[in-house]
Design a protein around this ligand. Sequence first.
Ligand code: MN
Length: 725
Amino acid sequence: MEETIKTFDDLVKLIEESGREYDMEMIRKAYELAEVSHAGQKRLSGAPYMSHPIAVACILVELGMDSESVAAGILHDVVEDTSVDLEQIRKLFGQEMANMIDGLTKLKRLPYSSREGQQAENIRKMLITMADDIRVIIIKLADRLHNMRTGNYWKPQKQRDKALENMEVYAPIAHRLGIRAVKEELEDRSLQYLDPIAYKEIEEGLSLRETERTAFIEHTKEQLRERIASVIPNVYLEGRVKSINGIYRKMFIQGKNMDEIYDIYAVRVIVDTVYDCYNVLGIVHDLYQPLPNRFKDYISTPKPNGYQSLHTTVIGREGIPFEIQIRTWEMHHTAEYGIAAHWKYKLGISKGDTLEKRLVWIRHLLENQQDNEDATDLIRDIKSDLAPEEVFVFTPKGAVISLPAGSTVIDFAYAIHSAVGNRMVGARVDKRIVPIDYKVKTGEIVEIITTKEENKGPNRDWLKIVKTSEARNKIRQWFKKEKREENIQEGRAELERELKRSGIEFTEEEMKNFLESIGKKQNCQNEDDVYAAIGYGGIQLWKIMPKIREDYQRARKAAQTQPMPPASEAPSSGKAVNGIVIDGMDNCLVKLSRCCNPLPGDEIIGFITRGFGVSIHKRSCTNVPKDLSSAQEPERWIQAHWAGEVREDFKTTLEIVALDRGGLLADVTQQLFNMRLFIHSLNSRSIKEGKAIISATITVHGKEHLQTIMDKLSSVKGTLSVNRI
Ligand code: MN
């Protein structure tokens, strides 16, 4: 396994021999940049650093990867290890290349130190999920492979660490991508470090040396081809020697001796029809001595996973047993590609299944990713297969936290510890401040900003944002424990709101009975307990309201002597939806338009949209025609107004212009937190003349509340103006 130093000329030669078209101008440009940037750097072996990226590029050519991958392979270490930055890569090679290098750099920065048990599994899933471009993963594999080839220069501890990582993370990925050569070499080289004695034993136990093993297979294939081709058209043969690690696993897991392993050598024969399969079997048994009890017909009796083939073991003329598998192309595709098989079939790849062809489907996949649904689905399949509905993020110290997809920074905080969640005032993701409802993505480093204030506690609105039940329960726990008085108040207000919204008017007597009846079901001692439970979320009104509404209406109906006229005949009452009354329409879907964010008190108008109900705009919104009668479809504009006393929550964006200074954003954020506002997003940027604009999207409760907030913000030091936009 000695490694010879590769030069750019070797790479060029390899490319020429591949017979494929490569963008040599780009590859040379990549080489020139890398060569200059890595100048003077050396590998542990003492070889010039460039020998590594060149070797990686060579592996990529051997794998049949495209020009971009080869160039990215040459450049894969420059951003991390030299002064070249992504911007330069983008200028010289374009956005796509910059994205690939960025992906590779990120993979390199993954903190692996805290790996233990579950971590390896998480990291494997994360690698796959992170790579929007599968080529990044393949380049990473090539990088790994070359580092392993030169691993004899590492200290023993590093050798074992890397070897373990290969076994747990990288080899399984290579396997999943169908790159067997890379998988097996990674495993064999790792085994050498992990169990050197067993490795040596197996190596010595094989009667043939490494070069002899390949020669034996080649020779056997020739013998078979000669005999079969004269009888059957279109025969394809491939052979393999079982990897050392493969033999090791068989010995270790199945407890076999080496001479009990018959498939160390194997030849596969692929033909067009099932009929040909059985013909080939006859020829094989005529040519070689079959071993008893080693014939299996998985064609007439397929394996549970659908696998089909004929298997037999024979003794060659040299006295070495080897396995022969006989199958049709269709069986072959199912066996080799599983879920990918249908896709490959569509591409019409069939005969001559070499390693290069095996990668063709990945390449086509990438080329077609944008405009082909099948391909996108397949990528998704592979990803969700490895990482179903999960995201993996890091703590600043490098521990991996797994969360369900869609989890927010709040979920993350509570996953760390309830004390972290309860004292959270904000979060940074990859060092940038993010809004509190920010959904974390795989690979991000999340840092929770907490306050020392003892009784800060979570915000009730968080209950609506969090994804995990863990976070939800912990938030409820806090309210349950810490805020009885507040819970009672909040619960009473919420119940009143809900009853009103449902059009339920209880008499005092009815109310008492009602509270008693839910109280009983929820183990509450008295009315206050019921209110408190609603307040902290132990009783969820949205769950029980439908039943209450139904009961109430039934009771009312029964009480009425005369039945109500059917609804269709009743004149429209203009009932409020979302606090808005649409003239002449009941119960229609109403939403507030995002272009102008109308607030109660604003003059408004409705627009009947296609399929999404009525959208409400401010009368002054630029999207509303000044003169409605001359609008394109005047009949779609309808009168709307705010229902008198209903007060709902609204989302609005405020723009604060202030003199830029250190701590400005922190002060504004603190003000917003102090008011216990729900913040959807918060951004700040510097503008000219030493000023900064901070825009905050928040939830406010009506116009008065908005005014209070604007006044508070105006009081922040250096503020010049606060406006609603
Ligand atoms: Mn490298």
